[in-house]
Design a protein around this ligand. Sequence first.
Ligand code: XLS
Ligand code: NI
Ligand code: NI
Length: 433
Amino acid sequence: MTDFFKGIPPLAYEGPDSSNAFSFRHYDPARKVMGKTLADHLRFSVAYWHSFAWPGGDPFGGQTFERPWFGDTMDLAKLKADTAFEMFRILGVPFFCFHDADVRPEGADFVENTARLEEITDYFLENMEDTGVRLLWGTANLFSHRRYMAGAATNPDPDVFAFAAATVKSCLDATHKLGGENYVLWGGREGYETLLNTDLSRERAHAGRFLQMVVEYKHKIGFPGTILIEPKPQEPTKHQYDHDVATVYGFLKEFGLETEVKVNIEQGHAILAGHSFEHELAMAASLGIFGSIDMNRNDYQSGWDTDQFPNSVPEVALAYYEVLKAGGFTTGGTNFDAKLRRQSLDPEDLILAHAGAMDVCARGLMAAAAMLEDGGLEDMRAARYAGWNSDDAQAMLGEDLASIAARVTRDGINPTPVSGRQERLENWVNRFV
Ligand code: XLS
Ligand code: NI
Ligand code: NI
């Protein structure tokens, strides 16, 4: 036990009228919605990096947080782990996620990195057994260390490709050992700063081969989890190859991986790509590659990933509407890839940020379920396409341009525009959120 969160009891559901800041007003984990508990629908996960590894810096200033576990010894890494599991227990979250670099100090070389990762993940295993907290996904940090400044799988230097491949192997091994439900690859530096020094075709071919190797190794060790790519259009590189869901799908098709790999969709990355979160979710569901979500809010004015905790029920409701329509999560879940603002110094800020986000997600999910159960939106959507239900309209899809032209001439087809009824639909949604 550490005393970092001393005085903060485990949070309980107290209902919407509670004025206790350290309680849930909407997240009742046992409450059943559409036949499943909220806990099973939402599958909340804490991101180790933002809560326990990030020092509070921004481009104009360094560390603001003072944490007793900051430092680069294995003892401090264990203190960090103890504190993290205490927070998971206080929040009652079922899952967490981590990168190798969040949980162990950087070693002198690959061998030392791997030994440290094994040691700390053995330590995690004990904590996981004690608390029942599980691993939603593991991942390798292939973007912070200077060796990766020109990319990992897409680096012009084959030694960097090798170091990255070896590192992913050890991270997949660790994820498998911990019973992780997914393994994520976010290509933070798989892209370029300037085309002037970049062989784009070669870099994409290397990234494709790298991903095939990850899938081959997953099967070799019998890892039952899902491999997930996390799309993002830019930041840290000026242009990233995994731009958005549709781009990733094209990439997976090109390398024969569209049935092997799914996507982890982050709200902030969707905004950076010029999409809404629900667009990316609907696109992934439509392409059959929906996997998991990183639930954080982006600032609509910024050109970068602000990783704020979600606080808008209407937005979150539309996102979960797409998740539920896609059949809900299987191996995926709701990972809070979100960090405190750098002035939020206190231990309680960490707890309240997550508690508020969990309440927002619970409200959003319940609203989404109510919308689906009501069925009004789907009825209105279906009505809009009803013309296509006739045999005649369906037959047209098997014709060619010339025969359709003949049909239009023969029948005097001359379409009458119909209202899209957007405001009616928005008003309908507002009854639920
Ligand atoms: C960064 C990404 C990162 C991934 C995991 O923008 O969101 O945190 O989720 O590497
Ligand atoms: Ni993310
Ligand atoms: Ni992000």
